[in-house]
Design a protein around this ligand. Structure first.
Ligand code: ZN
Length: 495
């Protein structure tokens, strides 16, 4: 048996000014051929589970590519071709029995608004009926084309995404069983006109908590896989928003009934998927009144893990203005500032124009640096290994990194984008996050993986940036309409 195993992942924020050329994938990790197995065997990723399953089954592995980039703007046509060509060439030339794909589900390229659907359709065009199993992120924007061109599809049930390996193993096993005739996967999928907000998709809280419980309850019965996708609301494409997919063993009716139950429940809770903000000065003032740390301050509108520029200084400026003490910031993306600090050297005092190097035309904001004076406390190559529970064992490459210490605030400054979901962002540069009173994190929900258990309190801070939860700042042009909450007709069809 010959199995194709590949990974292609990018969450595309079409409002983000950060370009996504092929190099961005190389920066995070783009592996070809046998290097795929070397990089991902034993990791907690879906592809790690696929490799494990295939090797145990004694299969020949064909691993054309495993590539991921941090979320950012629309993927260049060249990058999309370089991601998909190796997979399509393998399908065309090698002669494979089945494919196991580790995808995201919200990739938009210059010439393909449905990146994953385009790949799957092209694979099936070369090999009609090819059995294909797919894992997607909880933030996938599921499309009819994706579902039509695969055999079994599942998404993560956790946000932060700590069950990637579990769902990879689950859907990989379904596919292997189907090859042996032990089961016959059939799928039912659907969506509701609901643009849910990422900040309201944490699976420890409602409304996702009970939706995930319902999906798990279905899987405890005869259903092979059941997923509710929160969707990715910052990808301006027709199918953005909440959806569900159910894989049953031969029973289409059971799949459809389970799907409807999940979608009806989600639609009934649609108001709970909307984030309600608070003026920034009030949030920081609230933080000031909390006696004991660590208090997490979430700069969620500039979350590079959803395409943020990671150099918006609004929240940090307010932290300085209200004179918070004993603060660590993870992290500001500013390669120019890192170079300045490298030239100055450890121990020297520098005055910098920090951050604010990137304009955000989609939301009408120009980059606005913040003048800061501090000591260069540490310089590093920015490389470390995730301890988990997310991306456990995966190497992080933040690029040349520096710590700027103002006396009250220690700011980690990096040369590549990286969302703080693992305490390594601090420990790798000599900062103990448990000992700090405040931790400013440019993150929305993934911070929970590494930081929830050490936090005394968490405060959501509404700064500026292209991962805003304020829909009034975003101009959607390709999204299907009407959709809740952008449009509020008096009577929705399902009411
Ligand atoms: Zn995600």
């Amino acid at each position: 048996m010959r199995l194709l195993i590949a990974m292609m992942k990018h969450e595309t924020n079409t409002f983000s000014p950060i370009a996504t050329p092929w190099q961005r994938f190389v920066d995070w990790g783009a592996y070809l051929g046998p290097d795929v197995v070397k990089a991902y065997r034993g990791t907690a990723m879906p592809i790690g589970a696929y490799i494990d399953l295939a090797e145990r089954a004694g299969a020949d592995l064909v691993t054309p590519i495993a590539a991921e980039a941090m979320p950012s703007g629309t993927v260049s046509a060249e990058a999309y071709k370089r991601l998909t060509d190796p997979i399509l060439e393998a399908v065309a030339k090698v002669g494979i029995d089945a494919a196991l794909l580790d995808l995201h589900g919200a990739m938009v390229s210059e010439d393909e608004p449905d990146g994953e659907g385009g790949l799957l359709e092209a694979m099936r065009r070369l090999a009609p009926g090819l059995p294909i199993a797919v894992t997607c992120d909880l933030h996938a924007n599921l499309t009819e084309r994706m579902v039509r061109n695969c055999t079994a599809l599942i998404g993560y049930k956790t946000y932060p995404h700590t069950d990637m390996h579990v769902v990879g193993r689950q859907i990989g096993q379904v596919l292997l069983d189907s090859l042996e005739g032990k089961c016959r996967p059939v799928m039912a999928w659907g969506n509701r006109p609901l643009l849910a907000q990422t900040l309201r998709m944490g699976t420890a809280d409602e409304p996702m908590k009970s939706l995930v419980e319902a999906a798990r309850a279905a899987e405890a019965g005869p259903i092979l896989a059941a997923t509710v996708f929160g969707g990715f609301p910052l990808a301006d494409m027709p199918d953005a928003g909440l959806s569900a997919i159910v894989v049953a063993d031969g029973d289409r009716q059971a799949a459809a009934a389970t799907r409807d139950a999940l979608l009806d429940r989600a639609w009934g809770q649609r108001d709970d998927f909307l984030y309600r903000g608070e003026p920034l000065d009030q949030s920081i003032a609230r933080a000031r009144r909390i006696g004991q740390g660590p208090v997490l301050l979430l700069d969620h509108a500039d979350n590079c893990g959803s395409g943020g520029t990671q150099d918006v200084m609004t929240v940090i400026a307010e932290v300085l203005r209200q004179d918070l003490d004993d603060v660590a910031v993870g992290a500001v993306w500013d390669p120019v500032a890192v170079e300045v600090m490298q030239r100055a050297g450890i121990g020297s005092t520098v005055t910098l124009e920090l951050g604010g190097k990137t304009d955000m035309p989609s939301i009408g904001l120009a980059g606005k640096p913040l003048t800061i004076t501090g000591k260069v406390k540490l310089l590093s190559d920015g490389e470390w290994i995730c301890r988990g529970p997310m991306y456990t064992g995966v190497k992080v490459m933040m690029g040349p990194t520096a710590v700027l210490d103002t006396g009250k605030v220690e700011i980690v400054v990096t040369s590549r984008h990286h969302e703080p979901w693992d305490i390594g962002i601090f420990t790798s540069v000599g900062i103990d996050p448990r000992a700090k009173r405040y931790l400013v994190l440019k993150s929305r929900i993934h911070y929970r993986a590494g930081f929830a258990e050490l936090a005394r309190a968490t405060i959501t801070c509404d700064g500026d940036g292209v991962t805003t939860s304020d829909n009034s700042q975003l101009n959607f042009t390709r999204l299907r309409r009407p959709i809740y909450p952008l449009d509020r007709p008096n009577h929705w069809p399902e009411d």
